[in-house]
Design a protein around this ligand. Structure first.
Ligand code: GRF
Length: 302
């Protein structure tokens, strides 16, 4: 049986295919307001409009059956009819640590809750928990960047080429602690998301990571916290906000208590947002704010 993922990097990283999301001419986001644009109509599309033609894909859209490396057949729900025949998207997850958000998204993909698949994991720490889980799950691992400790890591230009080689549609940062190079942001404009464990713009920016965030929130006296998902720009935690969830900060909370409560919400919201991304339900208001179109009610945005 054909293996869905290979553990090895694909050999030729020089292929410069644009991410396929740019190739869909069908605007599934049903523009309800004239000045809101979907990814398909994005004027900042990095590739010429003449490239934006619909191409049939060889990927089956209904009744998909995929095979894991351990040869356990995984039947994926037939979501083709619910998603209007949209192609499943290919995702790259970027992780530096345990990777519980990456796991939540990967499991949701396998369960048919996300109309896409994690096609590759990128990490700056080849030995981290997220990388170990990826290898066990048959997801290829790319180490980035190249450093003294990680001499097999890729340079930025090679990373971009590798992601294009894998035909990655969207990049999901999930606890990746390095700044994303400009080269990658330019290659994937408005196609990179990050999750941060506070209600941005509060408690974000350089130095706010891990327990430092939750300690600062408790020390400030804030009564509410929660995860933020935002698009990624050249700076830490400043890109446009796409989604937030609120949790209470209790009087007796330790930073660990708060972190655990926020993390539970992170897993839920990142899965929901990733599915909206894969189903092309993100639209851009004319002032540049991204919105999520409701699945049940296409006239409603959050
Ligand atoms: C999460 O709290 C996320 O918000 C932040 O890094 C942490 C990653 O956790 N960016 P995990 O590796 O997904 O468990």
């Amino acid at each position: 049986m054909k293996s869905f993922c290979s553990n090895a990097l694909k050999p030729n990283h020089s292929i410069q295919n644009p991410p396929r999301s740019f190739l869909s001419s069908t605007n599934r986001c049903l523009l309800q307001r004239p000045n809101w644009v979907s990814f398909a109509n994005n004027p900042r599309c990095a590739f010429p409009r003449s490239d934006c033609v619909y191409r049939a894909t060889s990927e089956p859209l209904t009744g998909v059956e995929r095979v894991r490396d351990d040869d356990d057949a995984v039947a994926v729900a037939d979501v083709g009819s619910e998603t209007g025949g949209l192609r499943r998207k290919k995702l790259a997850a970027f992780v530096s640590g345990g990777g519980s958000n990456f796991r939540a998204i990967h499991e949701a993909c396998l369960a048919g809750l996300v109309h896409g698949d994690v096609a590759v994991l990128v990490t700056n720490k080849g030995g981290c928990g997220g990388a170990a889980y990826a290898r066990e799950s048959g997801i290829p691992v790319i180490v980035f960047p190249r450093t003294k400790d990680e001499p097999d890591g890729l340079f930025a230009s090679d990373l971009v080429a590798a992601l294009r080689d894998y035909e990655i549609d969207f990049i999901l940062l999930a606890g990746y602690l390095k700044l994303i190079p400009t080269e990658l942001i330019r290659a994937y404009p408005r196609h990179i998301l990050n999750i941060h464990p506070s209600l941005l713009p509060a408690f974000g920016g350089k130095g706010y990571y891990g327990m430092k965030v939750h300690n600062a929130i408790i020390a400030s006296g804030a009564r509410f916290s929660g995860p933020t998902i935002h698009f990624v720009d050249e700076h830490y935690d400043t890109g446009r906000i796409l989604a937030q969830r609120v949790v209470p900060v209790l009087a007796t909370d330790t930073a660990e208590d708060l972190a655990a409560r926020v993390l539970t919400e992170e897993h839920r919201v990142y899965v929901e947002v990733t599915n909206a991304l894969c189903e092309e339900r993100i639209v851009w208001r004319e002032d540049g704010v991204p919105l999520i179109q409701s699945k049940g009610n296409p006239g409603q945005y959050e």
